[in-house]
Design a protein around this ligand. Structure first.
Ligand code: PMP
Length: 353
């Protein structure tokens, strides 16, 4: 830290992204990326857009926003696009939380929420997940707080139903409820259809997982047009060109190729079921996941040791050294071949302990 850094930031502890190693070729199952390349149309449109990079991108991202509105059955002014869904989440913390209206989210969830709160000077409280890692929705009734729920949750993969989300919305009519659906395309139930009925609902989604565009950085929010207008106020006060023109073109291209996306999602869900069954067969506890990862633990090895042993064998997974989950590893779902290799390596490791 330099001696010039603002005192306001002196205790900020930043989010730690998953490793993106360069030292060797790993089977990379640590950051929930898609194992499949972006759709061909996305690649082609991004390459065409690259020829006009001398121009600023369209700050309204009109073509992309119109297409998203069409795909999700909403109006264009009910949609905002951002630089990854991290950005729309950050905007939501800024727009809908303050000293009087703190944020509330589970104790085990996406690790960026406390960082967004801290960086924006927003107080927050966490609610413990139950012992089985499910969310007790009653803890989110009548809160007077801005609620952030990842659904499916991360890193557990466990999902709430749309009915459960609706109960939370009904009981918080004067507070915004943000549902982070980064992983919803792998078997979850989206809350998007509820936005017409509940003006306190903001749904966020991403192109990073099911749509194979993690490196493009594209996310979006869908909600009541007044909520979206509040987010645009933050966006235009931060960076009106937050989505670059190649990414906007790629995003439009992916949305024209929904069949490809859905095929990939089905494959990943099949591979998830294969991996869950195989690990359970080896004595693991694997939480029921509706995401493109599984959260798993074995009585035979500590989580940190399993992570390290897998890395040594060329497989990267994610380990969180946090209370209650330090003996788990989070394993992203890749191709069937990658998951078969993972299972074979785990089996070998278990015979060595
Ligand atoms: N929400 C959750 C729950 C996530 O796990 C992630 C991915 N790290 C994000 C949001 C943000 O993803 P992106 O910024 O790539 O859209």
């Amino acid at each position: 830290m330099s001696r010039y850094q603002s005192a306001r930031l002196s205790s900020l502890s930043p989010y730690t992204p998953g490793e993106q190693p360069r030292d060797m070729k790993y089977i990379k199952l640590n950051t929930n990326e898609s194992p499949f390349p972006p759709s061909e149309k996305a690649q082609k449109l991004a390459a065409e857009a690259a020829k006009k990079l001398q121009l600023y991108s369209d700050p309204t991202c009109r073509t992309l926003v119109d297409k998203l509105a069409e795909v999700y059955g909403v109006e264009p002014d009910e949609v905002i696009v951002t630089n990854g869904s991290d950005e729309v989440l950050d905007f939501a913390f800024q727009a809908f939380c303050d000293e009087d209206v703190p944020a509330r989210f589970p104790d085990i969830t996406y690790g960026f929420y406390p960082v967004f709160a801290a960086r924006n000077g927003i107080p927050y409280e966490t609610v413990a997940l139950r012992d089985d890692f499910t969310i007790d929705i009653k803890q989110y009734f009548n809160t007077g707080k801005t609620i952030f729920i990842a659904n499916p949750n991360a890193p557990t993969g466990i999902a709430l139903t749309r009915d459960e989300i609706e109960q939370i919305l009904i009981s918080n009519p004067n507070n915004v409820v943000v549902i982070d659906e980064a992983y919803v395309d792998f078997g979850g139930e989206s809350a998007v259809p509820l936005i017409k009925q509940y003006d306190n609902l903001l749904v966020t989604q991403t192109f990073s997982k099911s749509r194979s565009l993690a490196g493009g950085r594209l996310g979006f929010g869908i909600g009541n047009r007044e909520l979206i207008a509040d987010l645009h106020t933050i966006r235009y006060s931060t960076n009106p060109y937050n989505v670059n023109s190649m990414t906007a073109a790629a995003g439009y291209g992916v949305l024209c190729d929904e069949v490809y996306t859905q095929k990939n999602c089905r494959t990943i869900m099949d591979n998830r079921e294969y991996t869950t069954a195989a690990l359970r067969e080896l004595g693991f506890t694997v939480l029921d996941s509706k995401a493109n990862f599984v959260f798993a633990t074995t009585p035979a090895m500590r989580g940190a040791d399993l992570y390290a042993a897998l890395k040594q064998n060329g497989i990267l997974v994610r380990h969180f050294d946090n209370p209650r989950i330090s003996d788990f590893v989070r394993i992203s779902i890749g191709t069937r071949e990658q998951m078969q290799t993972l299972v074979a390596v785990v089996e070998k490791l278990l015979t060595e302990v």
